[in-house]
Design a protein. Structure first.
Length: 191
């Protein structure tokens, strides 16, 4: 698979996007690390990992980079504040940025979300974060499909084919027939 050129998104392009323009408050807030987020996502290797998350791991593109993103000092510190609304707005803006990059790389949204974490109970003195999953701050992220088609079929599609009455016998014995031919622990055959 050939590498694609890096899709560089700038502030002006983000603000001209149909959804990006609704996040002018995030871009104008001097304490929000949006420039750091842009710099993070404007790296080809990360954009490739986002595509690989969908292609090879059947996960949302953000899953391919979310741990690295959350470990960026400015981003992690911002999410760890008690200002939940501002933290939520930045996470939503990141979702828009991911969509912009994926669309420019030939992907479209599916309308489905993929899980990134399990949200814990909100505490009044602690930031609202996940207690399990892949990410500490993100609960879910948009899933995508390639306009040119996926190089591999999903497990769901493969299983449906295997389980359909029209599927041909692959010559592989099922577990029960193999098991019945093995000697039992008490001697003799399993039957």
């Amino acid at each position: 698979m050939s590498r694609k050129p890096t899709e560089v998104i700038r502030r002006e392009q983000f603000l001209s996007d149909r959804h990006g323009k609704t996040f002018a408050d995030v871009l104008s807030d001097p304490d929000t690390p949006f420039d750091e987020v842009l710099a993070f996502f404007n790296v080809e290797e990360r954009q490739q990992r986002m595509e690989d998350a969908e292609i090879h791991h059947d996960r949302a593109p953000l899953a391919g980079v979310v741990r690295e993103l959350e470990s960026e000092p400015a981003v992690g510190q911002f999410f760890a504040t008690l200002q939940r609304r501002r933290s939520t707005r930045l996470r939503q803006a990141i979702g828009v940025l991911v969509r912009m990059i994926m669309e420019r790389r030939g992907w479209r949204t599916t309308g489905k979300k993929g899980s990134l974490g399990v949200r814990g109970s909100p505490g009044s003195r602690t930031p609202y974060h996940n207690t399990g999953g892949l990410a500490l701050w993100f609960i879910r992220a948009e899933r995508y499909h390639r306009e040119s088609g996926m190089p591999f079929r999903s497990v769901r599609d493969l299983c449906a084919e295997l389980e359909s009455p029209d599927s041909t016998d692959s010559g592989v014995a099922d577990d029960t027939s193999v098991e019945s031919e093995l000697p039992s622990p008490r001697g003799g055959r399993n039957s």
